[in-house]
Design a protein around this ligand. Sequence first.
Ligand code: ADP
Length: 412
Amino acid sequence: MRCVLLLAPHNSYRIHAYIEAALHLDIRLIIASQSEHSLVSAVASGVQVDFSDEVLSIERLLAAHKKFNFDAIVASDDSAVKLAAKVGEALGLFTNASDSALLTQRKDLSRKRLQEKGLPTPAFRIVNLDTELASQLKALHYPAVVKPLSLSGSKGVIRVDDVRTCISACERVKPIIANSASEFERSHVLVESFIEGDEVAFEGILHNGQLTQLAIFDKPEQMNGPYFEESYYITPSRHTAQWQQKITKCVAEVCRGFGLREGPIHAELRLHNNEAWLIEIASRTIGGDCADMLKFGLNIGIEELVLLQALGKPVELSALDGSVGVLMIPVPSRGVLRRVEGLKQASEVPYITEIGISVREGYELVPLPEGSSYLGFIFAKAPTAEAVENALRCAHQRLNIVTTPVFKLEKI
Ligand code: ADP
């Protein structure tokens, strides 16, 4: 039986999908995670690591290799990709070089590399929040975007239209990045020009430096800020074949420029000035629940593709059948979730395949830029992308999200 090491933060949405994929493929999965008690189940054993202590984690994982003899290593989330690459390098497995993996984890380093490689990239500044801001922001062009160096899910990403709003956004981001991994990431933000244009997401998989496109998702909702909540993802794309070629070419050039050679790729791009501009690239799959809608060939899921690729057995793919899409249900406003009404009516909309509410009643909903969670997901599958979009919009309209305000009692 082949054995794969999965590196995953304990709260990763993707662990479950990898366990299922490994079961289906008859692969032994060992999960390295940060939980106090390592994850152990009938199908997956665990190794405890501390993602903030790379040296110790590498030592533990190399020791675990002696016991389990890993054939491959996979990272579920951004925070694990560099460690996975380091262990993979040490064991000679199919992984990216750790320097390349780091570029996908740090937005400042990514922007520098794009610039060095002459790829389209917005003008940017790396701003130190611990020193006077106004002088660091001189001669910046607005609108601009302030963003943390290493968070994800649009957390802390704020559009600003002038120097005054830029300074207050920098102040607002400070507590949001307070728990970042390094002192530099806790004290610096990226400020870059706002790139107008339609946004798309690209899913692909690399093997031996060759990029295979899995899907291009359109994001039909305009994302102009000031915060950038994800909403609709629909594939196949309705952009022209020419645009789609530009998108794939841009991602392939970025992978080459970053030295990325192995594993899944999730990228966000904007279509601007007749070119595809990379906003962000990650060497992981799209979020767990969203990945569920992508089934290729004989109903093979994205996590299975990743496991097979990591074992050096890439799969020939056939195109997706029909159109699929998801709406990541936005958090309507700050408040305590009481209930979600209309679920039955929403699920009866033609082409809706599943609705999942991931937040429990009584939980405080915190919208962006401080918050980090969606309320849940609506999935649809239909013959065309238009039908998927209509179904998702119609189902969303039937939902009524009931919240109550948050009252904080102060001690007198
Ligand atoms: P995260 O990794 O937290 O998702 P991103 O850098 O991908 O952060 O930014 C989140 C979203 O913010 C993007 O999907 C995009 O809509 C918007 N955004 C970020 N940077 C820019 C930019 N320079 N121009 C326009 N929109 C941007």
